[in-house]
Ligand binder design. Structure first.
Ligand SMILES: CC(C)(COP(=O)(O)OP(=O)(O)OC[C@H]1O[C@@H](n2cnc3c(N)ncnc32)[C@H](O)[C@@H]1OP(=O)(O)O)[C@@H](O)C(=O)NCCC(=O)NCCS
Length: 216
């Protein structure tokens, strides 16, 4: 058996715990990862989360001397980016993680740190830039591009030719119709049906989705 690769989870909250389960499920198909524990500024060192220990604050990862895989188990796109900016250690690397129960079609590219969870289905000619999260049961149609740090919550449907910018949050159960673009740092409310392109920084919600506020 080849040597296991060590992996740390940043974020010991609910999604961190789900990410631990996902890694266990990947290992159940083919053992490859050894989870060393969680790093989180807001959790007490030594606390057990889903059976794995909180090892300390995130900045401790900058002291690691051996190669270590890291997964950013955080849903908020801006928090994800800020966490990454704090990690300056060249020993750290960020593999994409794909659940064995995700269906990946043809010419699908997933950048560093992407997380594709159980039940997601991606068809063809799809690009996920770095640190994109696709949460449970999301479907992505043909010719879709998603920008870095964007998080797509459970049960979202993105139709063909949809373009999503960086640091976008798409809420649970939203549907985005074909050819629509969602610009950087926009937020799509849970359950929205997005039939028009969304401007940078806008929050839209409802059916059909319309702006509800201008973000900070
Ligand atoms: C859209 C969203 C970001 C807005 O949050 P917010 O900025 O805190 O806004 P508020 O809750 O103050 O709501 C502002 C208005 O929009 C309405 N609204 C909020 N979310 C809505 C939604 N998803 N659909 C329709 N209307 C919504 C509110 O009822 C409120 O209307 P009012 O002014 O008439 O009372 C949030 O409600 C949302 O949907 N987030 C997604 C959460 C998610 O998917 N989580 C996944 C976890 S895995």
């Amino acid at each position: 058996m080849s040597e296991l690769l060590k992996i740390a989870i940043v974020g010991a909250g609910g999604f961190g715990k789900e990410t631990l389960v996902m890694i266990n499920q990947i290992n159940a198909i083919k053992v490859q990862w050894q989870v060393i524990g969680f790093y989180d500024d807001a959790h007490t060192e030594g606390t057990l989360v889903g059976g794995s220990k909180v090892l300390g604050r995130v900045d401790l990862l900058n002291e690691v001397q051996e190669p270590l895989a890291v997964v950013l188990a955080v849903g908020n796109p801006q928090v994800k980016r800020k966490l990454l900016e704090r990690l300056k250690n060249s020993k750290l690397y960020f593999p994409p993680l794909i659940h064995p129960a995700a269906t990946i079609g043809e010419n699908v590219k997933a950048g560093a740190g992407c997380i594709i969870t159980a039940g997601c289905r991606l068809t063809v000619d799809i690009t996920l830039n770095d640190f994109v999260l696709l949460n449970l049961n999301t479907t992505i149609g043909h010719d879709v591009t998603i920008g870095s740090y964007t998080s797509v919550m459970p049960g979202v449907h993105l139709s063909g030719y949809v373009q999503v910018g960086e640091e976008v949050l798409i809420g649970t159960g939203a549907s985005v119709l074909q050819n629509v673009s969602i610009a950087n740092r926009a937020i799509v409310g849970a359950g929205a049906v997005v039939n028009r392109s969304v401007e940078e920084g806008r929050t839209v919600a409802g059916v059909p989705a319309r702006p509800i506020k201008k973000n900070d």
